[in-house]
Design a protein around this ligand. Structure first.
Ligand SMILES: NC(=O)c1ccc[n+]([C@@H]2O[C@H](COP(=O)([O-])OP(=O)(O)OC[C@H]3O[C@@H](n4cnc5c(N)ncnc54)[C@H](OP(=O)(O)O)[C@@H]3O)[C@@H](O)[C@H]2O)c1
Length: 248
């Protein structure tokens, strides 16, 4: 049984894809959700209102453009002003780009790192300060099998996710004395817009090598996050969970 009832969970990039599955799953498990999205659109606000009514939980929407350090700074100070506790942080938002090294500009690698890595670091610094005061907390970082295995033409994405993995492991060590656990989830293909962006060739190659012969549903990733956020995983930290349908 997952024990996330009454917890407050901050999720980035939860207006679609895996993040949206996190939002739904945590609200349904009785957690208050602090939803951090790039912009508040009507459809998303409506979804949050309906979900909140259905589950009886509170959903508070914040905005931050993770490509901007100032925007993240403003979000963190808005979060502090609410004086809310944060029990769980899920660094989920991310982008993917494709291109062989010789066709990739340094700037485009930096742009991917900004969203997939530096933004996560900045948000973690801000939120960990609250968790350290509380002497408890859970941080879940969205990595990828792309940060573990080598895929030609995915240097920017893969390196940014490898950085997330190293960050997860070091943060687990640094924050353990404060009762904070830090883990990462590394999926292969999950049915979202990002998977479509990866293109036919990459999708076919992964499918060919996947034992279960299908892609993951976003809610299958959410089930792992529910477990890692809960006290059921109280002795697990510094780990990277592959969730890949038996990729070989
Ligand atoms: N899908 C897969 O196959 C797969 C596999 C392994 C790992 N992952 C990882 O899982 C996480 C979620 O991926 P997904 O598949 O759900 O991707 P997705 O459907 O493309 O969603 C990406 C999310 O990140 C947000 N985002 C992107 N740039 C942003 C920015 N500058 N500021 C704020 N938010 C921003 C998007 O917001 P907007 O709607 O505003 O763009 C969206 O909410 C990512 O970290 C990804 O790397 C995915």
């Amino acid at each position: 049984m997952n024990t996330n009832q009454g917890k407050t969970v901050l999720i980035t990039g939860c207006n679609r894809g895996i993040g949206l599955a996190f939002l739904d799953a945590f609200a349904e498990s009785g957690a208050t959700v602090l939803a951090c999205v790039r912009s508040k659109d009507g459809e998303f606000v409506h979804h949050c209102d309906e979900l909140s009514k259905k589950t009886g939980t509170e959903i508070v929407v914040f905005t931050a453009d993770l490509s901007s350090e100032d925007s993240i700074k403003a979000f963190i100070s808005e979060l502090y002003k609410t004086k809310r506790k944060v029990d769980v942080l899920i660094n989920n938002a991310g982008v993917v780009t494709k291109g062989i090294l010789q066709m990739t500009t340094l700037q485009s690698i930096k742009d991917v790192f900004q969203i997939n890595f530096f933004a996560q670091v900045q948000i973690t610094q801000g939120v960990a300060k609250l968790m350290m005061r509380q002497k408890s907390g859970v941080i879940i970082n969205m990595a990828s099998i792309g940060g573990i295995d080598a895929y030609p033409a995915y240097t920017s994405y893969g390196c940014s996710k490898a950085a997330v993995i190293y960050f997860t492991k070091t943060m687990a060590q640094e924050l353990a004395p404060y009762g904070i656990r830090v883990n990462a989830i590394a999926p292969s293909m999950v049915k979202t817009r990002m998977q479509e962006q990866m293109g036919e060739e990459a999708n076919e190659e992964i499918m060919r090598r996947t034992a279960l012969k299908r892609n993951a549903e976003p809610d299958e990733i959410a089930k792992l996050a529910l477990f890692l956020a809960s006290d059921d995983s109280s002795f697990i930290t510094g780990q990277v969970y592959r969730i890949d349908g038996g990729l070989n």
